[in-house]
Design a binder for this molecule. Structure first.
Ligand code: UGA
Length: 435
């Protein structure tokens, strides 16, 4: 199959590379000439484990190429994926569809022969109809089937998620697209990954409903964690006890500082707006959004309380800045509210993150960035573990403690056993566990 992917950001690039690896002929397109020039030289614009090698091997096998030229690149394609961003629209939280609409207009003038146009971008219900309308109004002769094919991959595990998905959701309104999309995903289909064919609007809603449900699950366990702290119970045990029930499931029950990232915050807000637009309010999701925002801000108060209620003039060492491990992504990271909250109360913040410091420098003012966890601990009145990178799971705790001014350790990811921290003599504050 000949496949063109418009938008070589996170989703577009990972999808393109993996589809090439399945044996398809793939061209990834982006209007950012610097990004395409870098990709042509084998420089990957994002940090994602395994992506480098996969790009290199598929480029040298002649299956993967890059271009800024949309019309020429998509003309021969059997399938054109739209994978441009749908950020939150400033001010109202609606998904901003301006990039999607612009791409639809460009595609309209460039397609030749029967072409499937599939959205991978997360788009509100009804966007497929709008894309079909845009294409038909610009080029009434265009023979296209617009499909919704949402992507469920996670940053940091993107390649594994793409190649071994729990399911592939494909929303179609034109039966001819069924055969084409089955062919695109044949290698996965043969590996028993279920293909769910459904209506286009349904597929669009599945993506939002999935992200909102996961965000609710996290938020639920976060509230249970607060209740555990208040009542002397242990959230890890509660999560295990409920998660062993297959109907609930044990994943996404790790209490923490609140969810962040480029997807959950944006998609939950957008789903709230979609519900309002259709006069069918998503009240649980509305509440989830508000609890999570509140929680991220509450984390600095937790650290301040651990420092006897006052951080003025104190040094706080922060471990981990990205919204989760194995990414360099700082979008909506809980570390941002935490650090700003501490600085507002007069703390000096020293921080380290294995991949996120370049992005963090742009976002956070007056933070001292250091090269490792031990440098962050030197002279610190408290350490705060915000992102559970593997290298923070096996810290030399004696070494950390020996250079700190006071042995206060706030662990917002419950990485360490309570007994171990007590044995090392830390005042250890974690999430939803006996302090
Ligand atoms: C999320 C979804 O998991 C993907 O399925 C989806 O495709 C993607 O959004 C998207 O819409 O593109 P991602 O944002 O990469 O993926 O990250 P997650 O691993 O889901 O983590 C999101 C946030 O939730 C992080 O801040 C993480 O720390 C937090 N989290 C996750 C918890 O606090 N507790 C948990 O148990 C799980």
């Amino acid at each position: 199959m000949k496949i063109a992917i418009v938008g070589s950001g996170y989703v577009g690039l990972v999808s393109g590379v993996c589809l090439a690896d399945f044996g398809h002929e793939v061209i990834c397109i982006d209007k950012d000439a610097d990004k395409i020039a870098a990709l042509l030289q084998g420089i990957i614009p994002i940090y994602e484990p395994g992506l480098d090698e996969l790009v290199k091997s598929n480029v040298s096998a002649g299956r993967l190429s890059f271009s800024t030229d949309l019309p020429t690149s998509i003309a021969p394609a059997d399938v054109v994926f739209i994978a441009v961003g749908t950020p939150s629209r400033r001010g109202d939280g609606h998904a901003d569809l301006s990039f999607v609409r612009a791409v639809a207009r460009e595609i309209a003038g460039a397609v030749t022969g029967f072409t499937v146009v599939a959205t991978k971008s997360t788009v509100p219900v009804g966007t497929g109809d709008e894309i079909a309308h845009i294409i038909a109004s610009i080029n009434p002769g265009a023979d296209v089937a617009v499909v919704s094919n949402p992507e469920f991959l996670r940053e940091g595990a993107a390649i594994e998620d793409f190649k071994r998905p729990d399911r592939i959701v494909i929303g179609i309104e034109d039966e001819r697209a069924r055969e084409v999309m089955t062919e695109v995903y044949r290698p996965l289909y043969l590996n028993q990954s279920p293909l769910q064919f459904t209506g286009r609007r349904t597929a669009e809603l599945i993506k939002y409903a999935a992200n909102a449900f996961l965000a609710m699950k996290i938020t639920f366990i976060n509230e249970v964690a607060d209740l555990c702290e208040a009542s002397g119970a242990d959230v890890q045990e509660v999560a295990r006890g409920i998660g062993l029930d297959n109907r609930i499931g044990s994943k996404f029950l790790h209490a923490g500082p609140g969810y962040g990232g480029s997807c959950f915050p944006k998609d939950t807000q957008a789903l709230v707006k979609i519900g309002q637009d259709f006069g069918s309010p998503m009240r649980l999701v509305e509440t989830t959004v508000s609890i999570n925002d509140h929680r991220k801000r509450a984390m600095s108060r937790k650290v301040i309380a651990a420092c006897s209620g006052d951080v003025r003039g104190k040094t706080i060492g922060v471990l981990g800045l990205t919204f989760k491990p194995n990414t360099d992504d700082m979008r909506e990271a809980p570390s941002i509210d935490l650090i700003r909250g501490l600085q507002d109360r007069g703390a000096k913040v020293v921080a380290y993150d294995p991949q996120g410091m370049m992005a963090a420098r742009e976002l956070l003012k007056d933070v001292i960035f250091v090269e490792n966890a031990y440098d962050a601990a030197r002279g610190a009145d408290a350490m705060v573990l915000v992102t559970e990178w593997n290298e923070f799971r096996s810290l030399d705790l004696e070494r950390i403690k020996s250079t700190m001014t006071a042995p206060v350790f706030v662990d917002l990811r419950n990485v360490y056993p309570l007994q171990e921290m007590a044995r090392h003599g830390f005042t250890y504050v974690s999430i939803g566990r006996r302090q």
